[in-house]
Design a protein around this ligand. Sequence first.
Ligand code: GRF
Length: 200
Amino acid sequence: MKALPTKIAIFASGSGSNAEVLAKWAKLHADSVNLCGVLTDNPQAGVIARMNRIGVEVTIVTRKNRLQHEADILSVLSDWNPDWILLAGFMRILSPNFLQRFHDPVRGYYKIINIHPSALPDFPGLDACRRCFDAQSSHGGVTVHLVDEGVDTGRILAQETYPRIDGESFESFFSRGQALEHRMYLQVLKKLVHNQGVLT
Ligand code: GRF
């Protein structure tokens, strides 16, 4: 019997370069992955134009307060019914109550994945790539991880570092990190889909 596609939703607040890579791949592999929708909390986000260019609609859910915002997001998700949420630069911390809605009691994790621009546990939180660069680190990093109640503390699914090049600008350091992000997030999505939505 043919496996059902893994259903994913992507959340993004910014430029959406990761979201674009994931969405393009999902569109090309619609037999095994179903992109239920892309959601943003930011009506100005670059992700909206990126998705429009590839024919994917973006649902905008603006923030009032956290409780109301999450209730609004959950109402969208009750139509989409995704198996997994992939956070791609989504600038909101999700509450324990929200996470609970995506709890897998068998596996013991929340079915929510995030990508972070450092080799965690180094530089959790905002502006990680900038802080890593400013700290004169010998390397940058990227981590794809499960989301838990903490800030960038969930189980690591993939992690790589890249060396800082002597004298390079922040822009160069950052863009090399982004290229790595795109490759790694796609690898994790492929693995998830290959395992029919189960992470071991
Ligand atoms: C990435 O650096 C990601 O690691 C972080 O937010 C950024 C999103 O970039 N969580 P983009 O919007 O996908 O270009």
